[in-house]
Structures are given as C-alpha cells and as structure tokens.
Design a protein around this ligand. Structure first.
Ligand SMILES: Cc1cc2nc3c(=O)[nH]c(=O)nc-3n(C[C@H](O)[C@H](O)[C@H](O)COP(=O)(O)OP(=O)(O)OC[C@H]3O[C@@H](n4cnc5c(N)ncnc54)[C@H](O)[C@@H]3O)c2cc1C
Length: 389
C-alpha cells in the first residue's frame, strides 16, 4: 500500500459518516476552520437522518429522498476531505496510521465513529438467509425493494426499531406480525401498563402481536415464508425483518489492541485505551454506558471537539428522553438508570398515560409519557437527575 496522505499527520481522521462522524466535524469546525480533517467511510458518505428510516413510508419518502446532502456537498460545507466507499481494515496505534482500501493514512488524532451491527439470531429453515436487517440507508433501500408489491411483513423484535417499523408499515397498508420473546413491547423501556396502552393502539392500527415466544425456523413455501414459532404457531409472511438489537462494531479496535467491553471502552474525555484514538456514537461505551441514540451523540460531539483541539473537556450527559416514533400512540421514554430503586406510578388518561418512576422519597428517576401526556416532556425532564454528571 502506498502512503497516500502524510499531510494528515497533525490532523484529525474520522472513520464513519454516520451522525457521530459528521457531528464531530461540525463541532470542530465551529471552533477551528483550518485544521485538516479527513473522513473515511464504507458508505457513499452522503448525509441522511437514520431515524427517518422507520418513518419513511408514512412520510412518503423514497430511500433516495432521505439523503439530505451528497458527499461532495458535505466536503464543501465542512471543508474536509471525504473518502467514501473506503473500507478501513486496520489501525496501527504505534505508527499512528490506518490501513484503508484507499491507501495508508496517517493521523494526529483518530476518531472511531464505527456504529453498530444489527444482531442476527441463528435461525433454522431453508429461508433463514432471507432475513433482512435495517441499520443504514443501503439496507433500507434493499428492504423497500423486498416489500415492493408484497402484503405481509413479519418483524422479529418489539423494541424501539421493531415497533416503529411496525407502525410505519401498517400506515403503508401492510399486514404486520411482530414476534418477541418478552411478554410485552418495548420491554426495556416501558412499564407493563404503558406497553399495554401502546400495544392496544398499534393493534387497532392492524399490528398482530406474538409475545413470549420466538422464531424457530423460516421456510420458503412458494411465494410465502412460513415462520414457525416456539409456541407452535405458524405465521405466514412475504418478508421477514429482524430488529432484535445492536452490537457495537468492535473488530477494528480489538485487532489494534484497543480495550473493548460491550462497546469500545472510552473515558469521559472519549479517549480509548490507545493514545490519540477516540470513540463516539453507537460503537462507544462511555463510563460503562452504551446509549445508541441521537442525543448522546450530540452531547459527546460537543465535548470531543475541544478535546481534539487540545482543550481536554469531560463529557456529561443530562437526562435524554427518547421519542418512540409510533404515531398510533406517540411515546417518550426516559428509563430509570440500571439498578435504580423505586416504583412505577401510573396515571391513565383518556387519551394517553403518564408513568413516573419514583424513589421512596418521591424523586422522579424516570418516566414514560404516551399520547396527551407527552406534553409533560419538558417539565418532567427538568426534574430528572443527569445520566452522567
Ligand atoms: C430505524 C432506526 C430509527 C432510529 N430512530 C431513532 C430515534 O428516533 N431517536 C434516536 O435518538 N435514535 C434513533 N436511532 C438511533 C440513531 O439513529 C443512531 O444512534 C445513530 O444514527 C448512530 O450513529 P453512528 O454515527 O454512531 O453510527 P452509524 O450511523 O452506524 O455510522 C457508522 C459509520 O461507520 C462506518 N464504518 C464502520 N466500520 C467501518 C470500517 N471498517 N471502514 C470504514 N467505515 C466504517 C459505516 O459505514 C458508517 O458510515 C434509530 C436507529 C435506527 C436504525
């Protein structure tokens, strides 16, 4: 491999063109217009809003229309060098270089914004290889192609992404079956009463639920997929979407000897165990927390930018509620921290539900707001403790 670009030696190199990679650049450019920045990505390096993937059908957007800015547009806007369709295969922390499909590149500071992969459960059956996952625009375009002219979609996983796709697909006139091992939707985010309210609105919209079971096998039966569940029932479908969770991309870091746990381990300055190497976004584990959402990325990028420019800044996380984009019953959640001690207090409203997780002395530690109760978001968020002080 040739040494393509030695001029980045004192500059910043970013791997990944997702929200993390591009937000770091935006924040650095607010502070410094001239430091050389190079961004490399496997993707075509366009900018798109990933959260819109699960609302695109209802908002009548094609995958192409979800791209807000081309790679060229991003390069011009941010005054950076962008290498799209570039695969990074190794990091050498001693020589401060990365090996890429476009040559060896040197870095002064390296930022890993590598994202996460959808978890794929091992499934039996002759159509197990027809399982689709969606975690980027290209996969979404393939999904849209797969459902074109079809009627029935089965979704494995009733988490945030599964529920959002279920709602979007019924709005697009598809028949939707959702299968989950848990006894309820959004098991990690919602107390039972809130989940019941959401499930019932989504049922009214046409979603069929299969809880407390999983998929045993998927077989092609002519035009149909025959999905056998562990509880013995069979779901017939045209397309099978799996949305059972994410696992941070660790391979590059691990191979370079950079410490990893669930994510790439970073401290409050977003530094990995390797000097001059940082991680942010869905691939990163900050102080033991992996939070694969937009708000943590915005907070982290704001702290990382000055750090990259020499003014070391610690990250703090305020309470960061997450919106579940289910128009059947709009939902906002701020789950209590792991291990928090308290009880859910449920207040059912005519057109919604307020669930407050409170400590024994009445302190608000988390909430779930559904329907009309979402109006309380601002007021209740102010009462919550920060996630990382
Ligand atoms: C359908 C859907 C809906 C969502 N809705 C919401 C929402 O409503 N609210 C919310 O807060 N969050 C939501 N999220 C989560 C949010 O979108 C993500 O947390 C965020 O987009 C992650 O950004 P990222 O930059 O960390 O990762 P990614 O966007 O995954 O970017 C990773 C980048 O790294 C590149 N890369 C990886 N490995 C290499 C390599 N070896 N060489 C070169 N390039 C590499 C990839 O090509 C990619 O460009 C949603 C997610 C999905 C999938």
């Amino acid at each position: 491999m040739d040494h393509q670009n030695q001029s980045t030696q004192s500059g910043i190199v970013i791997i990944g063109s997702g929200l993390a990679g591009y937000t770091v650049i935006r924040e650095v450019r607010k502070l410094n217009k001239t430091i050389p920045i190079t961004l490399l990505t496997r993707e075509p390096a366009y900018f798109y809003s990933k959260p819109m993937l699960s609302t695109a059908l209802a908002s009548k957007k094609t995958p192409e229309q979800l791209v807000s800015t081309s790679a060229e547009g991003m390069a011009a806007q941010l005054e950076v060098t962008i290498l799209g369709d570039a695969d990074v295969s190794a990091i050498n922390t001693a020589s401060q270089t990365i090996e890429t499909s476009k040559g060896v590149i040197s870095y002064g500071k390296l930022v890993l914004g590598l994202g996460a992969d959808q978890i794929r459960l091992p499934l039996q059956g002759n159509a197990a290889n027809e399982v689709i996952t969606v975690n980027d625009l290209e996969e979404y375009a393939q999904f849209r192609q797969a459902i074109e002219g079809k009627k029935r979609i089965a979704i494995l996983g009733a988490g945030l992404i599964g529920c959002e796709f279920a709602n979007d697909l019924v709005l697009g006139s598809y028949e939707v079956d959702v299968i989950d091992l848990a006894p309820q939707a959004l098991g990690r985010l919602l107390p039972e009463a809130a989940a019941q309210a959401l499930q019932s609105k989504l049922s009214e919209a046409g979603v069929r639920w299969h809880f407390a079971t999983t998929v045993q096998s998927i077989d092609r039966n002519g035009e149909s997929l025959s999905i056998t569940l562990a509880n013995g029932s069979i779901v017939s479908s045209d397309v099978f979407l799996s949305a059972v969770g994410l696992k941070p991309r660790l391979d590059l870091a691990k191979a370079a000897g950079i410490a990893t746990d669930i994510g790439i381990t970073v401290n409050r300055q977003l530094e990995t165990s390797a000097k001059h190497v940082f991680a942010i976004g869905d691939c990163a584990e900050v102080d033991g927390l992996v939070l694969p959402y937009v708000m943590p990325i915005m907070q982290a990028a704001r702290a990382l930018a000055p750090t990259l420019l020499g003014q070391v800044t610690a990250l703090s996380y305020p309470a960061m509620p997450v919106m579940v984009k289910t128009p059947a019953l709009p939902t906002i959640v701020s789950p209590p921290a792991k291990g928090a001690v308290g009880d859910w207090k449920i207040n059912s409203l005519n057109d919604g539900l307020e669930a407050r997780f409170e400590s024994s002395d009445g302190k608000l530690l988390g909430f779930a707001l559904l329907g009309s109760a979402t109006a309380q978001r601002g007021a209740l968020t102010k009462e919550l403790p920060p996630i990382l002080q």
